[in-house]
Ligand binder design. Structure first.
Ligand code: ZN
Length: 253
């Protein structure tokens, strides 16, 4: 751990709670619903990338924090991998220096709402505010506005999807779920990823958890996931690279 992170290390209990709690199965729709949404909106609801190349993308949700985020950044640096970090607005408000650090290291910064509500349980006005407030905050600090929105819990309905499309953003889902937020062992997280990964996969991991939740399994599992996939001939790209789309919205829109 370098001096930058030691200097800023803070206890995890300072992280504000999420509106509908941390990732949990009770808030999550079945993955078949994701496939249905993608079938209805193939260009706007993204599950994975092209299957003709052995390339995958790592995506991380729910941070930043000052405990797990630096450790995950260190692992990615060690293996020279750039990833998508889907950030929660209230957490970047608390750790703006971490947002800058992720961006400085070349990762893509995307939108995971302001306070992590289930978007099917709030009004469309609130949904829009959740996205726009986070975009505005990121733009104020980094000068870029996210192009991808990852819905908390992956929860969507038709109205929410249309609202996000009207904001000219893409909805970033996944086809490989590590379930790393569920208190699994390193081996279980590795198995979840390695058994599902295929060319074009978008892999869901986390870079911060709920209050007092540990992401030790993620930090421990990542090196072996990366080494194993590389041994199998895979390379790593950002989602934007995988899909050949911009990471950020064009200026002046
Ligand atoms: Zn989340």
């Amino acid at each position: 751990m370098n001096g930058f992170f030691c200097e800023w290390r803070e206890p995890a209990r300072q992280i504000p709670p999420f509106q509908h709690g941390p990732e949990r199965l009770t808030e999550r729709p079945p993955s078949t619903q994701h496939i249905d949404w993608h079938a209805l909106y193939p260009n706007d609801v993204i599950l994975s990338g092209p299957t003709d190349r052995k390339t995958v993308a790592l995506t991380f949700d729910d941070g930043p924090d000052a405990v797990w985020t630096p450790q995950i950044l260190s692992v990615l640096d060690r293996y020279r991998i750039k990833a998508e970090f889907n950030c929660v607005g209230q957490r970047i408000q608390q750790y703006p220096y971490m947002l800058e650090e992720m961006f400085r290291r070349g990762h893509n910064i995307e939108n995971h709402s302001w306070s992590h509500p289930n978007f099917t349980k709030i009004s469309l006005t609130e949904a829009r505010q959740q996205i726009e407030r986070t975009n505005a905050f990121i733009e104020r600090i980094l000068g870029v506005r996210p192009y991808f929105f990852r819905p908390p819990y992956g929860a969507l309905n038709q109205d929410v999807i249309r609202e996000i499309i009207s904001l000219r953003m893409k909805i970033l889902l996944w086809d490989v779920d590590s379930l790393d937020w569920a208190g699994l062992t390193r081996k279980q997280v590795e198995a979840n990823v390695l058994s599902q990964a295929r060319p074009g996969s978008i892999i869901l991991l986390h870079f911060a958890g709920g209050r007092d939740e540990s992401l030790e399994d993620t930090v421990q599992a990542l090196p072996n996931i990366i080494r194993t996939l590389r041994r199998e001939g895979y390379s790593f790209a950002t989602v934007a690279e995988l899909l050949e789309l911009p990471a950020y919205q064009p200026r002046g829109t």
